[in-house]
Design a protein around this ligand. Structure first.
Ligand SMILES: [Ca+2]
Ligand SMILES: [Ca+2]
Ligand SMILES: [Ca+2]
Ligand SMILES: [Ca+2]
Length: 352
């Protein structure tokens, strides 16, 4: 089902979570909507002791996950790759002593392993964010490894592993104009200016820097050396582990990806909430504020990924429920307006 913009606004009207004025019109608001605010901080951008420079925001992916079938499993990240495929990235505790990449695919009833690759990236303690895209246009998805901590250049670094070689060699190592930051950085890859070259989207949550989450695009055409877009959003900083920021979905079908702020903790409703800012409106308009059919947890044990899981060309929201005992997966249907599940509580125990 295609969800039109008007339908989305309708969804907003039906499912407002703590929204106040400004949502009654049929067009996105440009005033700041009073969501359950991510922070009570205002104006000056004074650092919060819990997330300031001396106490970097802890990433959700620090959690240990043990997954049957992967020896020495200790650390994972999960990203989308190819249509409907998922990739697990094991950064630490690998048998090869290199970062390893596993592909899995859902066949309608269970997950199946699709391949394992020993990459040319060393193991590390949570220093990289990841995204898949075809960097060199050879038809193979490459792995963008974006180093956000402890870089030699003291800037955000881009290291790209070649998909065609099974991720065994690098296509690029470069610094960028983006300085490292004490706050949390989320990153996606996509062609934001439609020149057929993949760009990097950086979402910066740094209350020590300023009080609004910033979105910045680095130009792929200049090998990520120039900023081709910059905006301060109406989303307050200091979202920390309460939120997960995603930028790979276009919820209102205007061909511009939107900023999903998934509020995972401390919601008034007790459920996880999706708050979406319109990319086409420079992140000054909320286009969805939705209570998801998913209870929040006290700990940061849920990770969210946007992909089209069921192949209907509508982005779905994959939930990874992490625990010491393993991983279970839910998928919330985009076609249902993020109201119902495609799969729920499926243990992640892929078959060979
Ligand atoms: Ca490639
Ligand atoms: Ca581009
Ligand atoms: Ca959009
Ligand atoms: Ca879908």
């Amino acid at each position: 089902m295609k969800v039109s913009f008007t339908t989305c606004v309708g969804i907003v009207l039906l499912t407002l979570i703590g929204c106040s004025s400004g949502d009654k019109s049929s067009t996105p608001t440009t005033s700041s909507v009073s969501l359950v605010p991510p922070t009570t901080q205002s104006g000056g951008g004074a650092p919060n002791p819990s997330s300031g420079p001396t106490s970097p925001v802890t990433d959700a992916d620090d959690d240990v996950v043990s997954i049957p079938g992967i020896p020495h499993a200790s650390y994972f990240d999960l990203v989308d790759a190819k249509a409907g495929e998922l990739a697990l990235i094991q950064n630490l505790g690998t048998s090869s002593q290199w970062t390893e990449i596993y592909f899995v695919k859902w066949d309608g009833s269970k997950f199946n392993w699709r391949g394992r690759f020993v990459s040319a990236l060393h193991t590390h303690a949570n220093e990289f964010e990841y995204a898949f895209a075809d960097y060199n246009g050879d038809g193979f998805y490459d792995l963008y490894c974006l180093k956000t901590k402890n870089t030699n250049t003291n800037s955000l670094e881009v290291h790209i592993l070649d998909g065609r070689s099974g991720y065994s060699r690098f296509l690029l190592h470069t610094g960028t104009p983006i300085p490292l930051s004490s706050g949390h950085i989320a990153i996606e890859v996509g062609d934001t200016n439609r020149d057929y070259v993949q760009d990097i989207i950086v979402m910066r949550d740094d209350p020590a820097r300023q009080p609004r989450v910033e979105v910045e695009h680095l130009s792929g055409a200049t090998t990520f050396q120039t900023q081709q877009y910059f905006r301060r959003t109406i989303l307050s900083t200091n979202v920390g582990d309460n939120y997960q920021l995603l930028h790979s979905g276009d919820i209102n079908y205007d061909w511009v990806t939107d900023l999903f702020a998934i509020k995972k903790n401390n919601t008034a409703s007790g459920n996880v909430e999706a708050h979406v800012l319109s990319g086409a409106h420079n992140y000054e308009a909320w286009i969805l504020n939705k209570r998801l059919p998913k209870a929040m947890t006290a700990d940061d044990t849920q990770d969210y990924v946007l992909i089209d899981f069921d192949g209907d060309r509508v982005q779905d929201l994959v939930v990874l429920n992490k625990s010491a005992g393993g991983l279970t997966i839910d998928v919330i249907s985009g076609a249902s307006g993020l109201a119902s599940f495609i799969i729920k509580d499926v243990a992640f125990q892929p078959s060979l």
